[in-house]
Design a protein around this ligand. Structure first.
Ligand code: FAD
Length: 503
């Protein structure tokens, strides 16, 4: 019998599994597809307070999120880092005093210690003004953070497993029933078809945009708690060399970001439109493409056109349905609702949330778990490194140099890329390699067999997409044929070895 059964291997499910396992609960997590294959790899990838949410008076959420920026950066300085955002002042949109007020609050309510404060830029002389139209003469520059969202999920799962949690991917929860004060959860292995029944004392429903569907289909509760809101991004060849990102205000009151992405690209997003299909099928529409291109072209001197797009992705936000009229106004805060207790096995459902607040959400979930199952351990994740993140927040460059010194044959860009993805665990991946040849086959764009095997052995990777689009973003650099070669190689490794090996 497990204490906690977690449904869903997105950021919330994996964050809760990690926190709970670290406190001594026995945890079983089932994810029907790959880890982070739901909303958690389709975000804008910001660890941010959400300047825009201040306009909707979401002070609790903004403060909690702002406080998390430095906590998460310190815990995972390989996959999370500070980023400066340039917010041009545009005539006819929000007045400068309002932007200043928002940024003043941003600077002062969020426990900022390492991140630099807001400053004003003269865009006629600052390099940030160069790629923009000359009408933008003034801007504000402020701090937030950047996260590799899909890796944050996997590292939480890795740490949870290292602390004893069972993590099963490609495993769908198909039913759950209460029996003698506990749950019997039925799962199906979507690769082998094997069906299992697992006993647990409490269920956490962390199915993101599927949360209502899980309630209806597995527990038999008709529920309409979330509002599904699609958000899409476009990726274009890089529009600017500056390491700073842009925050653009649109004429409709929304905002979009243009962010330096994967060295050679610019990520532009996002949109907000109500959605009612299977979250897995969300795809960018022509209207969204036109919207993002037009909105960015209001600012960039060189317009962004659909033919510049090299990749797009769309995710579905599982927002708590607070009855807001517009999708962009629906709350971004999270709500945890428990059902059961008093002899009835409990289920706790998660509605809403942000990547940024996942750790705090997990702590709130553990408060509820404790009420039902009794206390086991203290909150511990605020000062605990995620796998590979065991170095000083400000020492990333030094870490790259150390890796290069230990493996002199590595070219600097590869040493940097491996440190960005794996931190100190890059050494586990590289093992005893003394030369490039020791890394095995090169699948293209410096993706070597050693890395692929590491991802299969330690990070539950099964398919080429798991590796190319979630564990890494090498998909941006590899062609169809190279992907087919990788897929065939993975086939050769054998499904039995894959996944199970990660534990
Ligand atoms: P998910 O990641 O969707 O995970 C749920 C998982 O449950 C899925 O993997 C699914 O396969 C699995 N599942 C479903 N049903 C079953 C079943 N029956 N059995 C087993 N598994 C099942 N947040 C930020 O902090 N910063 C941002 O910049 C940001 N930008 C965003 C931009 C967009 C466009 C979107 C859509 C969201 C953004 N967010 C951002 C919000 C953030 O991405 C989400 O709140 C978060 O990823 C939700 O995580 P989750 O774990 O709840 O859901």
């Amino acid at each position: 019998m497990h204490d906690i059964f977690v449904i869903g291997g997105g950021i919330n499910g994996c964050g809760i599994a990690r926190d709970a396992a670290g406190r001594g609960y026995s945890v079983y997590l089932a994810e029907m597809d790959d880890l982070a294959s739901g909303t958690s790899s389709f975000s804008t990838k910001l660890i941010h307070g959400g300047l825009r949410y201040l306009e909707h008076y979401e002070f609790r959420l903004v403060r909690e999120a702002l406080m998390e920026r430095e906590v998460l950066w310190k815990n995972a300085p390989h996959i999370i880092w500070p980023m400066r955002f340039v917010l041009p002042h545009a005539e006819g949109l929000r007045p400068a005093w309002l932007l200043r007020l928002g940024l003043f609050l941003y600077d002062h309510i969020g426990g900022r210690k390492l991140l630099p404060a807001t400053r004003t830029l003269d865009m006629r002389s600052d390099p940030a003004g160069k790629p923009l139209k000359p009408i933008f003469r003034r801007a504000f520059e402020y701090s937030d953070g950047w996260v590799n969202d899909a890796r944050l999920v996997v590292l939480n799962a890795r740490d949870a497993a290292d602390r004893g949690a069972v993590i099963r991917t490609r495993t769908k929860v198909t039913a759950a029933r209460r029996e003698n004060g506990h749950w019997i959860v039925r799962t199906e292995d979507l690769r082998s078809g094997a069906v299992h029944e697992i006993k647990a004392r409490l269920i956490v429903n962390a199915a993101g945009p599927w949360v209502d569907r899980v309630l209806a289909e597995t527990v038999g509760q008709d529920a309409h708690n979330v509002r599904l809101v699609q958000g899409s991004h476009i990726v274009v060849r890089k529009k600017f060399d500056d390491p700073r990102a842009y925050f653009f205000q649109n004429k409709d009151g929304r905002i979009i970001f243009a962010i330096p992405y994967e060295d050679d690209f610019t990520l532009i997003g996002t949109t907000d439109q109500d959605y009612d299909g299977d979250p897995r099928s969300a795809r960018i529409s022509e209207t969204e493409i036109a919207y993002l291109c037009d909105a960015a072209s209001e600012y960039f001197a060189e317009p962004v056109r659909p033919e510049h797009i090299v990749w797009t992705y769309s995710g579905v936000r599982p927002l708590y349905d607070d009855g807001a009229s517009k999708a962009q106004e629906a709350t971004r805060d999270y709500v945890l609702k428990a059902d059961g207790g008093n002899g009835q096995a409990p289920i706790v459902n998660i509605f809403g949330g942000k990547i940024t607040t996942y750790r705090r959400l997990a702590e709130s979930m553990l408060d509820i778990v404790e009420k039902h199952l009794g206390r086991k351990g203290q909150p511990w994740t605020a000062a605990a490194a995620l796998p590979g993140g065991e170095f000083e927040a400000t020492a990333f460059d030094a870490e790259v140099v150390k890796l290069k010194a230990a493996y002199p044959f590595l070219e600097m860009p590869l040493a940097r890329r491996l440190t960005r993805l794996y931190g100190t665990r890059a050494r586990v991946l590289l093992g005893l390699a003394k030369s490039e040849a020791d890394l095995g086959r090169n699948f293209g764009a410096d993706l070597y067999e050693a890395e692929v095997r590491y991802l299969v052995d330690k990070e539950w990777a099964v398919t080429a997409d798991d590796i190319l689009w979630r564990r890494t973003k090498r998909g941006l650099k590899l062609g169809k044929e190279q992907k087919a070669v990788l897929e065939e190689f993975l086939h050769g490794i054998g499904p039995g070895v894959r996944n199970a090996a990660a534990e």
